[in-house]
Design a protein. Sequence first.
Length: 490
Amino acid sequence: MKRTISLALVLMLLLGAFAGCGSDPAETTASAEVTDTTAAETETETLYEPDDLPADLRYDGETINTFGWSGPAAIEFYTEEMNGELVNDAIYQRNLTVEERLDVQLEYVLQPGAYNDRNTWANTVVNSVQAGDGAYDIASGYSMSGATLAFKGVSINLNDLQYLNFDKPWWPASLQEEATCGGKLYFCSGDISTYMIYYLYGTYFNKQLIIDHDLENPYDLVREGTWTLDKMMEMSSGIYQDLNGDGTKDVSDTYGFATHSTYTDPIYFGVGLRTTEKGEDDIPVLSPSFGGEKAHWLLETLVGFFATNDAWLETKDYANTDNMFKEGRALFSNNEFLYAAVKIRDADLEYGIVPLPKYDEAQKEYHTVMSFPYSLYSVPIDARDPDMSAAVLECLASESHRTVVPALFETGMKVKYAQDDEAAQMFDLIRSSAVFDFGRVFNESMNGMTYSLFRSAVSGAKDNWMSIYASNEKALTAALEKVVTALVGE
């Protein structure tokens, strides 16, 4: 395997730095993951569904050029060598297996492409395609950038290619259904992207505070179907402590619930709200729930909740709420799976994790979304052999399903980072409850409005959602129509 990596990434790795997110999603590298797991633990099950690739499909040593992003997701593309770390070795073995199965050489060119660099990254692909370079067989970018490539018309409709079988378990059906527009699909993801697991949202809880305040077991509430937003707020009441004695709520105190404003996004989807829905002919339209009464109720509820001493909403430094929970100063906190794998793995803390709370007990299922730093894979329209690119994608995804996911999720998340069997069950439940939303996936091409309007209203303590939505509905409609036109044509 060959790879080219930017100087910026080399410096990042040498410094061992965590990747910051600028003004939006929290992006933390998981390069230190599972460092004390021995190679003996990398044994994986063999009873995984095989792919449909022909046994004699070979490409005579062709080099497959992938343009990827060198933010926190760099490790999901390749590793230099086996080193005894569980996920590292699984990714190394996956790539080696793909190269041997298809007789190809995988080469990766990585450029900074996280939130602050997303547009520069996308423009590199656009410029390459417009120049007719044929430089890249596969493009894999930060989710916003991957969707931007589709919007700018430089990605092939994957439904026109051979070898990709989106009925297979390594491609999440919910993403394919939501991202398809007029029967056309321009990118894919799933088990091929480790960050589709790491960046799932859940609600963490402090076990000791549950005991100290004689509260109900959140695991029981989830199983009984009574884990709702009202229940979480009720349990958060009476936890507050003014630890520094200054008479003012601040980041030094203890709260029933503490989270960053970014992590209010999953609350919106957790109660069953959407920004778009599919209309006739597989064309997305704005969801009635986006500007409806439930969204108005949720905004009023959250603004009121964060105005009390029961809850803390951080709008600046992610480390503030990360540390609140890690130091035992929050009963509940929304965060990503990566938080368990990296930030609290060695903390002196007994914690559990449950799905995002439901709207009410009548809501049948729990829902979650993921933060934006997962990868979307596409095939540029000037790729040398698009079907070859598709075969490599299918092979990478299926091998990830058999090697990387068992290492990362089954052994890493559910065994190493789950402090009890119930938490392992919750990791399963949360992962299976992940939903996608066309408006959220294509938010970059809709000027960020599908996430920023509600999030900004919460952080700005503006509870007049009906007015906010009404004043932006025309722009939302126009932006969505522009995206649809770009994807399916006139």
